[in-house]
Design a protein around this ligand. Structure first.
Ligand code: ZN
Length: 152
């Protein structure tokens, strides 16, 4: 089932309706019967509460989008500073050489998060991404930099 997201025009319409009810109450409350007054007042409170909830949901959506933008801006900063060698990513130094620790290719390509691989506790030959659990050959992730640039 598709989630209904209230649009800004719907929000404005709700607020407009609430304002209209308030105007009616202000102008005519002396001539309204007590039942009509109660009904209009209930409508007003209901619409205002609903609008308050909708605005809060909009704020959550906006916060989520802002977080996504922030994550993407962070990823863009690293986009040209990373190089993929074998099955892992490495930062590059000023000379374009890989440096530092191997990072998880799966996390980078799926979420643009740089996750440093660690040695698996029960298998010293395997490195693992602590975030997604992807495993890598320790020999490949440790020695590939040296092999690639003739240090071995
Ligand atoms: Zn990962």
């Amino acid at each position: 089932m598709a989630e209904h997201v209230t649009t800004i025009p719907e929000l404005l319409s709700n607020v407009e309706t609430a304002a209209k009810i308030a105007r009616i109450l202000h102008e005519k409350y002396l001539v309204l019967e007590a039942g009509d007054l109660n009904s209009k007042f209930s409508d007003l409170v209901s619409i205002l509460n609903s609008t308050k909830t909708d605005i809060s949901e909009f704020q959550n959506v906006i916060n989520g989008k802002n977080k996504q933008i922030s994550d993407l801006e962070f990823a863009l900063k690293f986009k040209d500073k990373l190089v993929c060698i074998g099955d892992a990513y490495y930062e590059i130094d000023g000379n374009g050489r890989p440096t530092g620790h191997a990072c998880c290719i799966k996390c980078w390509e799926n979420t643009y998060k740089k996750r440093t691989l660690v040695v698996k506790t029960d298998d010293a030959e395997v490195k693992i991404c602590p975030t997604c659990g992807q495993t890598y050959s320790r020999a490949e992730t440790q020695l590939i930099k040296k092999k690639k640039f003739g240090f071995l």
